[in-house]
Design a protein. Structure first.
Length: 301
């Protein structure tokens, strides 16, 4: 690995986080951050969160190789310099249309695959595939692939790095996928696992490749007033852009809080202070301390 390669690898791109900035210089956001059993809401530096040391490093012939520069050059820079991203940054998300579908699709699939949460999910699937009584009905070739990753953890890391530095792996699902832009009257939340899956109404066109899968959609908050929902399947590339009501937006926001509470890999909940005490005590956390600058919660035993 070259000595001038950056080593603090942001698995949540800073160009994305700046959409949620609370200062004019776009360097700070407000989040609820985990500290053991405690969770603290406050203002934080964008540069100081959503990264791990050498996260995108794997071994090639025994030599450390970093995918960080390739991720920036091949994916982040083209997306962040696109006309689609300019609409999002400027708050003109009502102008997002079918012409923006490719960039939005690439962004969602990219942010889905490049996080510690995705890596953790792959590790769990690797363990499940070794169990002949697993709830998921793995095909023989899937079990063989997971067995290879179990035998060589570096292979799994190399595969994730390849997915993070290209969207070629997701191209086959692009043509038919359904994209929905939802514009909210209230502030929307995000997290350092920016793309999450949540249940969706069943539709016969949905792609549900594994037996027993629950119908789902991939959700990404684009900025504090807009989210994109992607449903994989044979929808002939349908696209919509519409407003949602406050109750629907609050449901999405609570789902982000639920993910924050459930998964260790969701380390920061990106949110203003609005309704956070109510939703965190539902999550379940207890309110310990509250001021204009800091809100402290303790997870219930």
């Amino acid at each position: 690995m070259a000595t001038n390669e950056p080593r603090d690898h942001h698995y949540v791109p800073q160009f994305f986080l700046r959409n949620f900035a609370v200062d004019e210089a776009k360097t700070r956001i407000t989040t609820v951050g985990k500290h053991g059993s405690m969770a603290v809401w406050g203002e934080r530096s964008i540069e100081s969160l959503g990264y791990e040391r050498d996260f995108y490093v794997h071994l090639r012939a025994g030599i450390p190789v970093s995918a960080e520069t390739d991720i920036n050059r091949r994916v982040e820079t083209p997306i962040s310099q696109s006309d689609t991203w300019a609409k999002i940054v400027s708050g003109r998300t009502d102008a997002l249309d079918q012409s923006d579908r490719a960039i939005l699709y690439a962004l969602i699939r990219h942010l889905e695959a490049r996080t510690p949460h995705y890596q953790g999910t792959m590790n769990e699937l690797t363990q499940m595939a070794r169990d002949p009584l697993a709830e998921i009905a793995f095909a023989d070739e899937e079990r063989a692939a997971y067995a290879a990753m179990h035998a060589d953890p570096n292979l799994a890391k190399a595969m994730q790095n390849q997915m993070a530095s290209s969207t070629a792996w997701a191209e086959s699902s692009f043509k038919g996928a359904l994209m929905m832009i939802l514009r909210s009257p209230i502030a929307l939340r995000s997290s350092t696992t920016p793309v999450f899956s949540m249940p969706a109404p069943h539709h016969p066109a949905m792609a549900l490749p594994l037996p027993g899968m629950v119908p789902y959609q991939l959700v990404l908050t684009l900025n504090p007033t807009t989210m994109a929902c992607l449903v994989l399947g044979d929808f002939d590339g349908a696209f919509s852009n519409r407003e949602i009501d406050a109750a629907t937006a609050m449901g999405f926001n609570r789902h982000f809080v639920g993910q924050f509470a459930k998964f260790d890999y969701v380390r920061h909940l990106i949110t203003p202070a609005d309704n956070i005490a109510v939703d965190m005590t539902w999550a379940p956390y207890d309110l310990v301390e509250s001021s204009q600058r800091k809100i402290v919660f303790r997870r219930r035993a």
